[in-house]
Ligand binder design. Structure first.
Ligand code: E4P
Length: 226
């Protein structure tokens, strides 16, 4: 499962990349708006930092397919041909996904709430489909189960489309889908950090340090002990 950062704040992105094996970035218009900066300025800075090989998913705004396609052309012209044009799944969005896919552009179908929306996105040729786990839960449905059904639909129908599940709020949601073999998860920086922080693990490490220092002296490590 690829580990993607769902944020456009370059400071937070650099911090996650320093410590975690991240594969790329997803953004949406709300995430970009939080930076308060011109979108292409922010996105070019991200592209420069992650390089051409890093996954970058950038969302379109338009409602009509022809306009979405034009946005896709500009996004890729500005940010490089490996950029995924992220398109909300509507009737017009599906048309745009099909056109851009046929033109050889990489696409990510987003705002997915149901397995059949994911199915249609895959049929239209999307490279990725982004279901919103926590938002599905908030509707009284089951986000994890819905994403598992989407994964089964993709595999059983032989679609090349991968899931990039989004809208996670806790580690349990991520773990369940990681164990199910989905293609990618995009997580807010705090959700990523919560995958490693654990009081039991910190207590165990503190205990090892105390025992070692009892043997070798305070501050000693394997670098400078006898
Ligand atoms: C990413 O592609 C989605 O836009 C995002 O994860 C939605 O997350 P939210 O429900 O926390 O806003």
């Amino acid at each position: 499962m690829k580990l993607i950062i769902d944020d456009a704040d370059i400071k937070k992105i650099k911090e996650i990349y320093e410590f975690y094996p991240a594969d790329g970035i997803t953004t949406n218009p709300s995430i970009v708006s939080k930076t308060g900066r011109p979108p292409y300025e922010v996105l070019k800075e991200i592209r420069e930092f992650i390089g051409e090989e890093g996954d970058l998913h950038v969302q379109t705004i338009s409602q009509k397919a022809e306009d979405i396609v034009e946005e896709g052309h500009r996004i890729v012209a500005e940010l490089g041909k490996t950029t995924y044009v992220k398109i909300p799944v509507t009737q017009e969005g599906l048309k745009a996904i099909r056109i851009l896919s046929q033109e050889g552009y990489r696409t990510t179908a987003t705002t997915i709430y149901t397995p059949m929306q994911a199915y249609l996105a895959a049929k239209a040729g999307a490279d990725y489909a982004a279901p919103y786990v926590n938002r599905i839960d908030n509707l009284g449905a089951n986000g994890i189960e819905s994403v598992k059904v989407m994964q089964d639909i993709f595999k059983k129908n032989g679609f090349k489309t991968e899931l990039v599940a989004a809208s996670f709020k806790n580690s349990q949601q991520v773990q369940e889908l990681c164990a199910y073999g989905i293609g990618a998860a995009t997580l807010a920086p705090d959700v990523i950090k919560n995958l490693v922080f654990n009081p039991c693990n910190e207590a165990a490490i503190a205990n090892f340090k105390k025992d070692f220092e009892g043997l070798c002296g305070e501050g000693k490590t394997m670098k400078d002990c006898e």
